[in-house]
Design a binder for this molecule. Structure first.
Ligand SMILES: [Zn+2]
Length: 383
């Protein structure tokens, strides 16, 4: 078993949490991932890795570090995102990285600098233990997961690996599936007219009510569900419309989000709305609407029998003397981008609470447990 240096791993984590890396895609003018990239370059060099930067946007680089193998083994990518979400709603100093009763607090401590610390803890243990890899060990620290994932999109253009471990928070469970999502805009067309002229005006907002009811019935009538991911879902996100108190509204726009199972397609959701609009047009006088897709990211699933899942399963049993639990995440992750690029990926990271919330913390013991499992998995995989 590889000996994790708890003090050093805690220091890695604390230093990362203390660096503001708020995603500027989410918060205009925010710091971005530049400062944390500088820290990551230093930390990777301290461990003896070769480091390379990939520009994903001005001042927002991915950091890619390599521990070259002697040859004949499989390569493994250890990866996670370096950006964090807004701190606006947080109580206390979001970047103090304070340690209390085995919990380390701060924005990004759980999502997901705790996971990044597990990666550092693991590779530092392998280095200290005199491990010599046959396959390459690659560390990929990526930008922008919390917004558009330009980081992983850029990473997979240049970096190839036989498998990946993504250390998003899972409470040390093996996550082998996550949902996809799709943003759509529904627009109803009315006809503007003086509020008194019922014979001329067409009420676009009232017509949107029909589509809102269709949204509700989508949720109550979903015929499918997934053992790890529950059912697909849809919700209304933003709505706008209307011209004034005494005017029939000419248009109403509703932006919605669907959350999809891994085997569902964007086309199937579009078909649901196109069909709904056609049906309503035949039933409701003067009903007219359109649907457009604004953004889509598919879901992901990896087979339990896949070699990288089996390796993590074995490493988990070896290190923690227990069978791992398997889970799916309702939230979207970068795993699907890695999977689609031909890199089979499993997600395992420490637990805690408050990702994106007012108080966020990671459980330090989990950071160390994940580091141990990852170190063992790396050793078994790369040989
Ligand atoms: Zn995350």
């Amino acid at each position: 078993m590889w000996q994790i240096d708890n003090a050093r791993t805690t220091r890695f984590l604390q230093e990362m949490v203390r660096i503001d890396s708020i995603n500027p895609g989410l918060v205009a003018g925010a710091k971005g991932e530049g400062d944390i990239a500088v820290w990551l370059v230093d930390a990777c060099r301290e461990l003896g890795f070769e480091v390379q930067l990939q520009v994903t946007a001005p001042g927002r680089p991915n950091v890619v570090a390599r521990w070259e193998g002697s040859g004949g083994g499989k390569s493994l990518l250890l990866t996670g995102h370096t950006d964090v979400v807004s701190v606006e709603n947080m109580t206390g100093d979001p970047f103090d990285g304070r340690l209390e009763d085995g919990l380390l607090y701060g924005r990004g401590s759980l999502d997901m600098k705790g996971g990044l610390a597990s990666i550092f803890g693991a590779v530092a243990a392998l280095k200290a233990g005199g491990f010599t890899p046959k396959g390459d060990i690659i560390l990929g620290f990526v930008t922008d997961e919390e917004y558009l994932s330009i980081g992983t999109d850029t990473l997979v253009k240049e970096v190839k690996a036989d498998a990946a471990i993504l250390t998003e928070p899972t409470g040390c469970q093996l996550c082998i599936a996550h949902k996809g999502f799709q943003w759509l805009t529904l627009t109803t067309q009315g006809r503007a007219a003086h509020g008194s002229l019922y014979n001329e005006g067409i009420d676009a907002i009232a017509h949107m009510g029909h589509l809102l009811r269709a949204l509700e019935s989508f949720n109550t009538n979903v015929p499918v569900s997934h053992p790890l991911l529950g059912r697909p879902s849809a919700h209304a996100s933003l709505i706008s419309g209307g011209l004034g108190l005494s005017t029939y509204p000419d248009q109403c726009k509703l932006q919605i989000e669907h959350r999809l199972l891994p085997d569902e397609t964007a086309e199937s959701v579009m078909e649901y709305w196109t069909h709904t609009i056609t049906t309503l047009s035949g039933m409701v006088p003067s009903f007219s609407a359109t649907v457009t897709q604004d953004f889509f990211r598919p879901g992901y699933e990896i087979d339990k029998d896949a070699p990288i899942v089996q390796t993590l399963d074995a490493a988990f049993r070896e290190v923690l003397k227990d069978a791992p639990k398997y889970m799916g995440l309702y939230a979207w992750l970068d795993a699907v981008l890695l999977g689609k690029a031909g890199i089979p990926t499993v997600v395992i990271g420490p637990g805690g609470a408050g990702a994106h919330a007012a108080v966020e913390y990671v459980i330090l013991e989990d950071v160390m447990r994940c580091a141990s499992v990852i170190a063992e998995a790396v050793a078994q995989w790369v040989g």
